[in-house]
Design a protein around this ligand. Structure first.
Ligand SMILES: Nc1ncnc2c1ncn2[C@@H]1O[C@H](COP(=O)(O)OP(=O)(O)OP(=O)(O)O)[C@@H](O)[C@H]1O
Ligand SMILES: [Mg+2]
Length: 302
């Protein structure tokens, strides 16, 4: 669960990027964050990642006030989060494969496990034929998918996506959205910052609207439901559809989805999607509650 209480963020320049923001995102929810350029969307995402510190107020993730964490503890918090930045931030002198694997290397995850998970994700995102390419040789959509693969490789409990469809054509945007929805169906809390009102309108999901740093609307889901996206619990078939959509976007012949589904024996704690679960290949993966930072991230003074 993500909670903000009366959060105020003033940059050193004196700009008040967020003012008195109070909101709550439940575990497993899918939420759009919208508002005009400069409204504070990216700032809110950076506060959740503790890339910036709040000026006033509190940010709680899994019940813990993350802004009293020592700098040295912040990486533990981030282990449970995946992030897709507005500008992708791929490493130019690393291949697609290396860009995706780097998060796991940093966490000290073994070569074999890393290879396996990277393989699965690249296949699921229709990127396996591009794995040796460098970012400069990729299309915008391909770069976007590499950024998504990198965000997912650690099986985060929370996925933060800043304009994930910002540089994509409408068709590709829908395919990326379907992918994010499928990730959400698997239990990951997803927060998507976008100013694409057509996209928001199309999906009818909960939407927090920012204006000049304040939340001016909290539009509930159109279907009145709570929790995950409509269609939650559809099962593994939905993932295959999403994977196929991503593959189609990559060019029908350049992507096989089957290799993404090698882990068929596992049963995850959610009890769903267990037959084909490329994103949750280890117990306590995506479906794990976002409370794990507390296990290894002591607060200041603790
Ligand atoms: N590092 C920074 N230093 C000073 N001011 C900043 C910084 N980052 C953002 N701002 C300012 O804070 C306000 C909110 O910016 P933010 O990037 O959060 O908006 P946004 O909603 O993400 O906009 P966009 O849709 O253009 O990405 C803006 O006025 C911006 O100029
Ligand atoms: Mg932004």
């Amino acid at each position: 669960m993500i909670q903000l209480y009366h959060v105020h963020k003033r940059y050193e320049s004196g700009t008040d990027a967020l003012s008195d923001v109070t909101l709550r995102v439940r575990e497993g929810e899918f939420v759009f964050l919208t508002g005009r350029s400069g409204a504070g969307k990216s700032t809110l995402i950076r506060l959740l990642l503790v890339m910036e510190r709040v000026t006033e107020g509190q940010v709680l993730i899994g019940g813990r006030n993350v802004h009293v964490l020592r700098d040295s503890s912040v990486p533990f918090l981030r282990r449970n989060m995946g992030v897709i930045f507005q500008d992708f931030r791929l490493i130019p002198n690393r291949t697609v494969r290396e860009n995706v694997a780097i998060g796991m290397e940093i966490l000290g995850i073994g070569r074999k496990e890393t290879d396996r998970r990277v393989e699965q994700l690249l296949a699921a995102l229709g990127l396996e034929l591009r794995q040796s390419a460098y970012p400069k040789d990729l299309s915008g959509g391909e770069q976007q998918r590499v950024a998504i693969a990198r965000a997912l490789v650690n099986e985060p409990a929370i996925l933060l996506a800043d304009e994930p469809t910002g540089n994509l054509d409408p068709q590709m945007s829908l395919e990326i959205m379907d992918l994010l929805l499928e990730i959400n169906r698997r239990g990951t809390t997803v927060l998507v910052a976008t100013h694409d009102t057509a996209l928001i309108e199309r999906y009818g999901l909960r939407t927090l609207e920012l204006e000049a740093g304040r939340v001016i609307h909290d539009h509930p889901r159109r279907d009145g439901g709570a929790g995950t996206a409509p269609g939650a619990g559809l099962g593994a078939g939905a993932w295959e559809i999403a994977a196929r959509a991503a593959s189609a976007a990559a060019g029908a012949d350049s992507a096989r989805t089957d290799s993404a589904r090698t882990d068929s024996a596992r049963t995850d704690s959610a009890g769903a999607h267990s037959a084909t679960t490329p994103l949750t290949a280890t117990p306590g993966g995506v479906a794990a509650p976002p409370t794990s930072p507390s296990a290894d991230a002591p607060e200041e003074g603790a």
